[in-house]
Unconditional design. Structure first.
Length: 70
């Protein structure tokens, strides 16, 4: 995680039991949870540049009746 209140695409996919590509698909369609795209120029190589904040994840889970796996 970038910080304790954010998840990368891979971390959120694991939380929901999905493949990361499913979250990327929902991002492209605009049907997934709110996310932030960070500027790659200011991140260490290999760091996630798309993050999901915990408050947005919890709101999305409540609105869509999603129970996290972990």
């Amino acid at each position: 995680m970038i910080d304790p209140t954010s998840f990368s695409t891979n971390e959120l996919a694991a939380r929901w039991g999905l493949k990361p590509s499913a979250l990327r698909h929902h991002r492209s369609k605009g049907t997934g949870p709110v996310y932030q795209r960070l500027d790659r120029n200011f991140l260490p190589l290999g760091s996630p540049y798309v993050i999901y904040f915990l408050e947005d994840i919890l709101a999305f889970e409540a609105a869509h009746n999603i129970t996290p796996l972990n």
